[in-house]
Design a protein around this ligand. Structure first.
Ligand code: B12
Ligand code: SF4
Length: 521
């Protein structure tokens, strides 16, 4: 355990080193207004994940760890007589294709890349394609998006997409389609993962087993006004089959919270165990209420979890309306995960009303003391339509509505107990600190056998943005990472075999398993 405490003023005395950020990671590909495109080909659809600027503080690797399911999920519901293709602008392959010119272009829209989505929509519409916009931002701000689309898809794309294509076919496209997430999730088809470029992602197996969350934190997109997303699960066997069918050693669950119903998680783990694969997922810390669930996770191949700790202050947590264990119990719960060989990627929000200037040093200190292998920081961001947005807006603390800066890496509101500049400086400092050699070393696992894989993961994942840029640009992400992932899987198989044999608690007998794969997004 480290005892050296970090001086709370250090963040403000430290000069932040400029970070390397190549132009193509911040500027979207050029859309030439003079390009002459062929006439749209009937019954062809192109699905686009638009470009967004990358944060130089964080790892570029997270963008190619695993693909979003936004597009592949509803692509699975495409009628037989339509041909559909996929384009992710973040893979650095230049501007999206236009030969053949698609009859329909479906674009997923988040607030941070809404302007890029609108630019793409304009380019394709002016050349004859019908453009459909869907995704989180269309649900929050439909009026803003409407002028940019032929149709808006508000809510669940899986239900809407076949209807939209049928209406295009009949020439009866409506301006707005709307349906919430109240149907049976298990009736959805599997996402169409074969559309994905396999060589460009560490794994293409993004899985989703549940919808919704037992919490409704005031800052989370799940509390957006008008969003009805009751908790629903898919059948265990559906998930197991999808995991097996994609033929990758590693999966990332993109569920909001895979641990919302611990008994479902337990059943899912039992189902996945025979696959002998590894995976990571986002969960809430209350899953550790019952350590036997954590044991099932380890036995089923869980190497890492992404946990929204959000804050180390109970009043911030209560203020955000999050039901969470007391913060003075966080450390014990982290140990339960570590003792089962599960790495912890902690997510922390900075800038709550209760946060003062010392929050950066205190948070970094706690992360190092508790040896979190990885941490992700977010500047508190009021997403439009959420209770947090309404509160900050009514207090006249919003600085602007430039959504492109609502990416949790910029300050977009006036914090209560520090200045905007202090919050920005503290955010930059805490990332610099956590990526430093000193901090990486302080957070090494207790068990010496797990140190080498931990260091490999930290350096390859967190300190190699030039390397990531090269891999992404030259389509080498999968080729280079696959052997490391496979090695992790094999190590994990040995680890879980020992865990399964012994009756005594894992922490008495086990080395941590370690992983070269980051524990979540
Ligand atoms: C995978 C993921 C990522 C990946 C990939 C992102 C990408 N766009 O390529 C990575 C790791 C790179 C990433 C990064 C970030 N992410 Co992210 N990410 C996710 C995650 C975990 C899963 C997304 C997913 O697959 N969902 C499942 C699909 C099926 O749901 P869906 O996207 O809503 O799509 C459905 C409908 O919306 C609709 N639909 C969507 N698009 C379209 C389009 C059409 C045409 C139609 C018909 C329908 C339709 O149909 C789908 C099926 O119903 C979500 C949380 C979540 N569980 O959704 C966060 C989430 C989307 N991310 C979020 C954030 C904040 C970020 C970051 C900004 C964080 C950061 N600072 O690093 C970055 C940067 C990305 C950016 N600038 O946008 C927030 C967005 C909040 C908001 N209100 O916009 C979310 C919701 C997490 C959260 N709880 O706050 N992310
Ligand atoms: S626990 Fe996480 S996913 Fe659930 S409402 Fe809160 S922030 Fe959203």
């Amino acid at each position: 355990m480290n005892t050296t405490s970090i001086d709370p003023e250090i963040p403000f005395r430290t000069r932040l080193r400029p970070r390397w950020l190549p132009r193509e990671m911040v500027v979207a590909p050029f859309l030439d207004p003079d390009t002459v495109a062929p006439r749209p080909t009937p019954r062809t659809a192109l699905l686009i994940n638009p470009f967004y600027p990358k944060d130089a503080h964080a790892s570029f690797g997270k963008h190619v760890l695993t693909p979003t399911l936004a597009l592949t999920s509803f692509a699975g519901a495409t009628p037989e007589h339509w041909s559909v293709s996929y384009w992710d602008e973040n893979l650095l392959h230049g501007r999206p294709p236009f030969d053949p010119m698609p009859e329909v272009v479906g674009i997923t829209v988040h607030l941070t890349f809404a302007q890029r989505a609108y630019a793409l929509a304009h380019w394709y519409r002016s050349r004859g394609s019908k453009v459909i916009l869907g995704g989180l931002h269309i649900l929050s701000c439909p009026d803003e998006a409407a002028p940019h689309a032929d149709a808006l898809a508000i809510g669940d794309g899986v239900q809407l997409w076949p209807r939209i294509l049928a209406d295009v076919g009949h020439g009866t496209l409506q301006p707005v389609y709307r349906v919430m997430y109240e149907n049976e999730y298990r009736e959805d088809p599997a996402p169409r993962r074969r559309l994905l470029p396999r060589k460009n992602f560490l794994t293409t197996t993004s899985l989703i087993a549940t919808r919704g969350c037992h919490n409704r934190c005031g800052f989370c997109y799940l509390s957006t006004e008008g969003l009805r997303m009751p908790y629903r699960v898919r059948d265990v066997q559906q998930i197991v089959s999808e995991f097996a069918a994609d033929d990758q050693p590693y999966a990332v669950f993109v569920d909001n919270n895979l641990g919302s119903r611990p008994e479902y998680l337990r059943a899912l783990c039992k189902g996945m165990r025979p696959l002998e694969k590894i995976w990571s997922a986002a969960i809430t810390l209350d899953v550790t209420d019952d350590p036997s669930v954590i044991r099932e996770m380890a036995l089923a191949g869980c190497t890492g979890v992404f946990i929204g700790f959000e804050s180390l202050s109970d009043s911030n947590i209560t203020g955000a309306r999050k039901r969470s264990p007391r913060t003075d119990d966080y450390a014990r719960r982290v140990r339960i995960l570590h003792d089962h060989g599960i790495q912890v990627n902690g997510s922390f929000v900075l800038g709550f009303d209760g946060d003062r200037r010392d929050v950066f040093a205190t948070t970094a200190q706690w992360i190092e003391e508790n040896r979190l292998e990885c941490a992700t920081f977010h500047i508190l961001t009021p997403y439009p339509g959420t209770p947090l947005f309404r509160q900050i807006e009514s207090e006249r603390r919003l600085l602007h509505r430039d959504w492109s800066k609502y990416d949790t890496g910029h300050v977009v509101f006036r914090p209560k107990q520090m200045t905007v500049e202090e919050l920005e400086q503290g955010y930059g400092w805490i990332y610099q600190r956590l990526f430093s050699h000193t901090s990486i070393w302080r957070r090494r696992p207790d068990d010496w056998r797990a140190i080498a894989p931990y260091l490999a993961m930290s350096y390859l994942y967190k300190r190699s943005n030039r390397f990531w840029h090269l891999l992404i640009k030259h389509d080498l992400v999968h080729t280079v990472w696959h052997p490391l992932v496979e090695w992790t899987r094999r190590r994990h198989l040995k680890f879980r075999a020992r865990l399964a044999m012994e009756d005594s608690p894992a922490w008495e007998t086990h080395a941590t398993s370690g992983s070269v794969v980051s524990a979540g997004v």
